[in-house]
Structure formats: structure tokens, C-alpha cells
Ligand binder design. Structure first.
Ligand code: SF4
Ligand code: SF4
Length: 480
């Protein structure tokens, strides 16, 4: 979860260029070195139950990771927890620290685990420090006691939901293959009842990607959220047919298609830009606007030039380069053997982050929307460019279409903000630009397409295709 942008300048990604001297520190009886060039802050997703979850979502990339820890109980011990909280605080040279829990399903640890977290934070905090507690959860285990705790400690909760029932229940099922929509909505309503701040995370797959307005309007109008993340499902098929590693050049049938993802984002953007700017925050649009403003950090690692400051920590203290690269080649070390900041600032991790920029194919280097896309995430770079160079992003065609589609409105919003005005003033400007345009006229955005194929198209979307019958595509087989 990242910050809510259009009117907010925080980034969620630390600035690796901030200076740090290689200094030996002593705190709470331990000695460690803050290496030269270490980031002053970073984002670490903690997985206290490892890959263990009470659900069995068909596309989940993390459930298979269980095989990396044979015989484990998959519960973060008190010793690892204390080392984690202490080192996280020691590693930060900023006043603000994000403590982020994810899974697997982090609520499986039980409330007492998080009560201990609060005690440890009080034990190790420095004067003036502020903590943002976040948790990504499927929401199905929440109850009144949980929600009261989350409210008391001002948690920001991310709830995973894939749209209305017919779309959510296709892949988000429990261990018996049963639908989970009602349980998730129950958790959401409990969060709302207790006034807990929450966002939604929607994974965009081959099925729900055909229903952009149904998904968006459901989240906005029925769930009642004002902050949404849309994450593309891209599952690479490994040589053994599984999806354990970021290897292989083919994708599962659940994976969203490139053009489909571009159309999904563009259609929601049109709805948003005409109705919801300043009221609803869509993470991808916020990141794009930051890049159109040339802010340097978009708030989403995938759309930054480099990455490497968004890491993951397993239940036993093993630290990995990124949540999407919890696999042996990207293992940095264990925090019980080496201090976290030394691992975060290690040459291996710095190279991991810089490779995002340094391995871009020429096709990306010459791309007119590279400033917004930056080749997206390296995990998705497994196709060839038109001239045969490897390393192009599988979703390239969709991102190109999307960034071209939003260019006109982004330029307008960026211009408004630079003049000290508000992004939401874009709506009447666009309405005026498009008011007299006929369906077959060129689109005023300058795309060269007919209006009906460009910014005039969203009117034809709703009801175009009936939602699938409940659970019509549910699969208990998690592999492609
Ligand atoms: S590998 Fe991808 S998801 Fe991981 S930090 Fe880099 S851009 Fe972000
Ligand atoms: S749109 Fe395609 S070519 Fe352009 S930067 Fe992104 S992945 Fe590269």
C-alpha cells in the first residue's frame, strides 16, 4: 500500500541517494554497521505465517513457496519478531517507519502476536518516531475484537477483493474450493463499522479484466472504498509446469492478456477522470500523474526507474530482494545472523534494484512513455522486442496503449498542479473539449483515433457483456 497521491507528495519508496556514512552503531546491546549509501528508509513486507493461508486462491503466487521451508511450523517466533522490530527501527534514519504485515494470511498469527508487536515498538522506538502499521489480508478472519485492535492502533488495512461476487469467486476460493465473497464482505463491513482505514487490492486476471466498469463501480459504490490498487496477474509457467519461480516464457490461462489489461485501465481511467478525480484514488493513476509531473518517485516501485527498497522477510527472518522474488537466487541473508540494514544495503540488493534500469532493452530506451512505465516490473520481462531482443515486458502492449490513452488528461492535470490548482479541475476542461464531438470525429486528445474508439468509448462498456454465472470458472487446481 502506498500513499494517496494527487494531493500528497510522499512516495512509499525510499530515496537510495540520501547520504549515509559507513558508521558502526551500538544499540540495545548489539553492534551493527550502517553501510555507506544505505537507504534512510525502506519498505519491508513481513510474512509471519510464511506462505500459509486459510484460502486457496487459484492464482496466488505465494502459496507454493511453502516448499522452500520443509518441516517448518510457519509461525514467526518471539525471537525473530523481536529481532525484526528492533532492527527495522535501528535501520531507519527517518522518523517515520512502516511496519507492514502480509502473507500468506497474517491474521492467522492471532491477535496476541500483534499485541506483542506493539509492546516491542514501544520498547525500541526513538523519541519522535511515528509508525504506520499496515496489513494486507483477505479479511475473512476479522471479528469485532480484531477490528477494535486495528482501530486502536490506527492500522491501514488492505483487503483483497476481485470485484462483485461473480468475478471475485472465480479464483478467490477457500481450501475446499468454496466461494469467499460473503466472508470478505463481512470483514469489510466490520472494518467500516469500527472506522478502520482500509484500501482494496484487486488482482486483474483473464476473467475480471473484461469487466472494468463493473469492477470499478462495485468497489466505489458498493464497497465504498476511495483507494484502489489494480495488480495484474501474470503467472509464468516453469519448465515443470508449476509457477514457483519467475521463469518461463509462457503464462497460465488465468493471466491477464496485455491488451486486455491496457483496455481495463483505460476504461476505468475514463470513468475516473470524468467523475472521481480528487474523490477516489487509483494507485496506478496516482503513480502516472507523479511521473507526468516528473516527481522522480512514482509511489509504485514498478513505475520507478530503479527499485530494490521494497523487500520481503520470511517467518524465520530470511530476507529476500522483493515479495515477488522469494526464491533462493534472491535470498540476501537471515537477520539473526546479519543485521537487516547490512542486507538491505548489500551490493547484491543494490544491483537488484539498479538492474531494473540497466537491463532495459533498446525498445524501452527509445519508448516515448518510458518516463511513465520504466519497463514496469522485471518479473514480467520475458518476451522479445519486435526486433528480437530479450527482456521486454509481457504487458508492454497494454501499458503503451494505456499511457498513450491518458497522456492528454495527464498533461492537463500536471499543468493544473504546476499552476497551483487542483487535479480535479481537469473534469470540466475535458467535458468542454469533448462536448461537441461526434462519434466518428477524431478524438480531441490527439491520439489520431476516432472519438468512439478513444475517449468516447466508455459509454458503450456497461452491460456490453453479461457477468459470468457465479463460480462458473472456479478451479481447485492451482496450477496452469
Ligand atoms: S522486482 Fe518488481 S515488484 Fe519487486 S521491487 Fe522491483 S519493480 Fe517492485
Ligand atoms: S511501454 Fe513497453 S516499450 Fe515502453 S517502457 Fe513500457 S515496456 Fe518498455
Amino acid at each position: 500500500m502506498e500513499s494517496r497521491i494527487a494531493n500528497d507528495s510522499s512516495t512509499g519508496q525510499a530515496d537510495r541517494s540520501a547520504p549515509a556514512d559507513a558508521v558502526r552503531h551500538s544499540a540495545h546491546g548489539t553492534t551493527f554497521t550502517i553501510p555507506e549509501g544505505a537507504p534512510p528508509a525502506f519498505h519491508l513486507l513481513a510474512k509471519p505465517t510464511g506462505a500459509i493461508c486459510n484460502l486457496d486462491c487459484a492464482y496466488c503466487f505465494f502459496l507454493d513457496k511453502e516448499v522452500f521451508y520443509p518441516g517448518s511450523k510457519f509461525r514467526m517466533s518471539d525471537d525473530v519478531l523481536e529481532a525484526y522490530i528492533r532492527q527495522l527501527i535501528e535501520s531507519h534514519r527517518t522518523d517515520s517507519v512502516n511496519i507492514a504485515w502480509q502473507g500468506g494470511e497474517p491474521t492467522l498469527m492471532g491477535l496476541d502476536f500483534y499485541r506483542r508487536v506493539m509492546v516491542l515498538v514501544e520498547k525500541y522506538r526513538r523519541p519522535g518516531m511515528r509508525f504506520l502499521h499496515t496489513m494486507q489480508t483477505n479479511g475473512t478472519l476479522l471479528d469485532d475484537e480484531w477490528c477494535a485492535f486495528l482501530k486502536e492502533h490506527d492500522f491501514l488495512i488492505g483487503i483483497s477483493i476481485d470485484g462483485p461476487r461473480e468475478l471475485h469467486d472465480i479464483y478467490r476460493v477457500d481450501k475446499g474450493g468454496k466461494p469467499t465473497f460473503d466472508k470478505v464482505m463481512r470483514g469489510l463491513r466490520l472494518l467500516q463499522k469500527h472506522g478502520v482505514d482500509f484500501n482494496v487490492l484487486t488482482t486483474v486476471n483473464r476473467v475480471n479484466a473484461d469487466y472494468p466498469l463493473e469492477v470499478y463501480r462495485f468497489l466505489r459504490d458498493e464497497v465504498g472504498t476511495t483507494w484502489m490498487q489494480f495488480i495484474p496477474v501474470v503467472e509464468r509457467i516453469n519448465a515443470d509446469g508449476l509457477t514457483l519461480f519467475q521463469e518461463g516464457a509462457t503464462v497460465s490461462e488465468r493471466s491477464v492478456l496485455p491488451a486486455q489489461f491496457g483496455e481495463f485501465l483505460s476504461t476505468i481511467f475514463d470513468e475516473w477522470v470524468f467523475h472521481d478525480v480528487g474523490k477516489v484514488y487509483v494507485q496506478t493513476f496516482e503513480a502516472a500523474l507523479r511521473n507526468w509531473l516528473g516527481m522522480g518517485a512514482s509511489g509504485m516501485c514498478v513505475f520507478n526507474e530503479t527499485c530494490g527498497t521494497g523487500l520481503a522477510i520470511e517467518h524465520n527472518g530470511d530476507l529476500y530482494a522483493c515479495d515477488h522474488f522469494v526464491e533462493p537466487n534472491f535470498f540476501l541473508g537471515n537477520i539473526q545472523q546479519q543485521h537487516m540494514i547490512e542486507l538491505v544495503a548489500s551490493p547484491q540488493q543494490v544491483k537488484f534494484g539498479q538492474d531494473k534500469r540497466d537491463t532495459l532493452p533498446r525498445y524501452c530506451l527509445e519508448c516515448d512513455v518510458r518516463f511513465a512505465c520504466h519497463g514496469e516490473c522485471p518479473k514480467n520481462r520475458f518476451i522479445e522486442t519486435p526486433d528480437g531482443e530479450p527482456g521486454l515486458n509481457y504487458l508492454c502492449a497494454g501499458f503503451k496503449d494505456f499511457f498513450h490513452h491518458v497522456d492528454f488528461a495527464m498533461k492537463l492535470m500536471a499543468g493544473l498542479i504546476r499552476r497551483g490548482r487542483e487535479a480535479r479541475e481537469v473534469t470540466p476542461i475535458l467535458q468542454k473539449s469533448f462536448a461537441q464531438v461526434e462519434r466518428n470525429d477524431p478524438c480531441p486528445c490527439g491520439s489520431g483515433r476516432k472519438f468512439k474508439q478513444c475517449h468516447g468509448r466508455q459509454k458503450a462498456q456497461v452491460g456490453r457483456k453479461a457477468l459470468p454465472a457465479p463460480q462458473s470458472r472456479t478451479q481447485s487446481n492451482r496450477h496452469a
